[in-house]
Design a binder for this molecule. Structure first.
Ligand SMILES: [Fe+2]
Length: 231
């Protein structure tokens, strides 16, 4: 006879016998925040992005990306925004690790037998690469992640409505078998609808995608690949 909870015993197990500690493991931290000076920088940056996207930009067919480092061509507004993004990313890391960036990085270096190096030098969140993306009607960006990047950051500059981004379940093999009940959104995409002025920060390994965009007014965003740097 097949064994099941029902057939195994005529009497149900007492509650104490089935009590267990349940751990929610492998959560993915995604930070979302509003830029406090968005009203001051979004207008000028939108004009600059439109200009940069008009010549010398990378045309991928599914979207257009600016060439060169945003931190180099973005002017004072670009530098101000990039510094704020790095500060938010530092806070994100420190709140998740529960320690200062220097201490967290020092512990990583200790594992590589370079004890004391982090204490002797300044640890910061730095920009490895930054660029702007323009989506026009019909554009999209299929699921991808940013290699060799500790943290990905994306900031929304201008759009006719909300800026949608899909975050994909990073747990490998969750779509291998469907038992009939989902315990924690297995294999789902989480779609966020952000407004211009909002910033997202998440691990560089997290796959994300931009669903098909449909509007005559372009959607503009800026992306940063961030890493921990020793000064
Ligand atoms: Fe991306």
């Amino acid at each position: 006879m097949p064994v099941s909870e029902k057939a195994q015993s005529s009497r149900p197990e007492p509650a104490a016998a089935t009590r267990a500690t349940v751990m929610q493991l492998f959560a993915t931290a995604v930070a979302r925040t509003q830029c406090p000076f968005a009203d001051q920088v979004n207008g000028p940056l939108a004009g600059l992005l439109a200009e940069r996207a008009g010549h010398g930009a990378k045309e991928f067919g599914y979207k257009r990306e600016t060439a060169g480092e945003f931190t180099q061509w973005g002017g004072l507004d670009g530098i101000r925004l990039s510094r704020w993004v790095c500060a938010v990313a530092r806070k994100y890391t420190e709140s998740l690790t529960g320690m200062s960036l220097a201490e967290a990085f020092g512990r990583s270096l200790e594992r590589e037998a370079e004890q004391g190096l982090a204490e002797a030098r300044t640890v910061a969140v730095g920009v490895t690469r930054s660029w702007a993306s323009l989506y026009r009607s019909g554009d999209r960006h299929e699921p991808h992640f940013h290699p060799n990047t500790a943290l990905s950051a994306v900031y929304y500059v201008a759009a006719p409505g909300t800026c949608e981004i899909d975050l994909l379940d990073p747990r490998q093999n969750v779509d291998y078998y469907d038992p009939g009940i989902s315990l924690a959104g297995e294999s789902h995409r989480v779609r966020l609808a952000c407004a211009p002025g909002e910033l997202l920060v998440f691990p560089g390994w997290l796959k994300h995608a931009v669903p098909p965009f449909q509007d005559e007014t372009p959607r503009m965003s800026i992306a940063w690949n961030l890493n921990y740097t020793l000064g």
